[in-house]
Design a binder for this molecule. Structure first.
Ligand code: NDP
Ligand code: MG
Length: 384
């Protein structure tokens, strides 16, 4: 039986790499759902190649073009935000690859969990915003959430066969991004062109900026808390510029397991899609005989204050990570449009965290409200 996959965010960096993995394994996987926000041309091309049951174009203005292009095929075409949630519950597929970027991925992922779909989770913001609700639903519905994020995939892989063994801590590795070692007097002048040049990974714009500010690692600490049921003091971040060790788990006996490989997202994507199997591939291998050295250092949280803010949000809990995430999405948006500078992003997030009311145990509605409030507040500060 082939696994039937729904790729939410198929036109993005993760989505397109997942389709490459699937194209290499036509006997194992079938594509049943593809979704895009507004890249209608790529969506149409993907639909023609993979012949899914349904596609969603969120930007409704693009609906006629997609509908017309796919006339004469069996592909059902839907448009709009609501359609994402409806399609997420279709019984024509087994596993959702959640690869939409940002808060926008939360609702459809929650619907898929409620409908009992296995989740391959790339969209970390879903857990950052409402990790308690998502994980509780997943337990209720007995839905596995398999991480795609390379660090969490590494931890997940280290934990296979360790179900009875307690985690002492996890060690999340961070490349340090394009500005590793730089100080505020340099960062104050950097532009998006520099921030988008990641040394090891080629990713979508939002996560590339998050990697440059270290917010990405902060989001990943919160993601790790929910995925692996950890306390904040069980999550350590270490900078490892080579990105060969993707993360580590330290057990109660002091033993540390690491997962290694070249930095290539296709590996964790393939692992999540094929789990619990490992399947062969022709990806380049990391060659230890080339005697590369692996290096580790402490993150500079005085310069990259986003990481300190994320630790604060992690510790305060409740809606604080949601507030932080929303303000950060606006900050990144503003930075990518040259409206604010690199260091202003941190200030915006900090001000939103100070301003919006902390709720210790929010309902889902309260998460949505906190998100909207933080977004509006952050946007008002930069006249968006
Ligand atoms: P991209 O920006 O490359 O792709 C995002 C995808 O989501 C696109 O298909 C885009 O459609 C769609 N999308 C954007 N906005 C919306 C919206 N408002 N509603 C519905 N769909 C939307 O992102 P990435 O692939 O880089 O990242 C996706 C997720 O995976 C993020 O949460 C990121 O943190 C996570 N991740 C990514 C990694 C990577 O290597 N890229 C590594 C680890 C995690 P369109 O193309 O039409 O705009
Ligand atoms: Mg990651």
């Amino acid at each position: 039986m082939k696994k039937r996959i729904g790729i939410f965010g198929s036109t993005g960096s993760i989505g397109t790499q997942a389709l490459e993995v699937i194209a290499e394994n036509p006997d194992r996987f079938e594509v049943e759902i593809l979704t895009a926000y507004s890249n209608e041309n790529l969506l149409i091309q993907q639909a023609k190649k993979f012949n899914p049951n349904a596609v969603v174009i969120v930007n409704e203005a693009k609906y006629p073009v997609v509908k017309e292009a796919l006339a004469g095929t069996d592909v059902k075409v839907f448009a709009g935000e609501k359609a994402l949630e409806e399609v997420a519950t279709f019984d024509t597929y087994d596993m959702m690859l959640a690869a939409i970027v940002g808060f926008a991925g939360l609702k459809s992922t929650l619907k898929a969990v409620e409908a009992g779909k296995v989740i391959a989770l790339a969209n970390k913001e879903t857990l950052v915003v409402a990790g308690d609700i998502v994980m509780q639903k997943a337990v209720e519905k007995r839905v596995p959430i398999i991480p795609v994020d390379s660090e969490h995939s590494a931890i997940f892989q280290c934990l296979v066969g360790e179900t009875r063994n307690k985690i002492e801590k996890v060690i999340l590795t961070a490349s340090g991004g394009p500005f590793l070692g730089k100080k505020p007097n340099f960062l104050v002048n950097v532009k998006k062109e520099h921030a988008l040049q990641h040394p090891n990974w080629n990713m979508g714009a939002k996560i590339s900026v998050d990697s440059a500010t270290l917010m990405n690692k902060g989001l990943e600490m919160i993601e790790a808390k929910w995925l692996f049921n950890l306390n904040p003091d069980q999550i350590q971040v270490v900078v490892h510029p080579q990105s060969i060790i993707h993360s580590m788990v330290q057990f109660e006996d002091g033993s540390i397991k690491a997962q290694m490989g070249l930095p290539d997202m296709k590996l964790p994507i393939q692992y999540a899609l094929a789990f619990p199997q490992r399947i062969p591939n022709k990806f380049p291998r990391y060659d230890l005989s080339r005697a590369a050295s692996l290096h580790f250092e402490q993150p500079d949280i005085k310069t990259f204050r986003n990481l300190a803010l994320a630790v604060e949000a992690l510790k305060r809990g409740g809606n604080m990570p949601c507030i932080m995430n929303a303000a950060n999405e606006i900050a990144v948006y503003g930075f990518l449009r040259n409206r604010i500078g690199f260091l202003d992003m941190t200030e915006l997030v900090e001000r939103a965290m100070d301003k919006i009311k902390h709720i210790a145990q929010p309902t889902l509605e309260e998460y949505f409200e906190s998100d909207a409030e933080a977004r509006n507040f952050a946007a008002s500060l930069i006249n968006l």
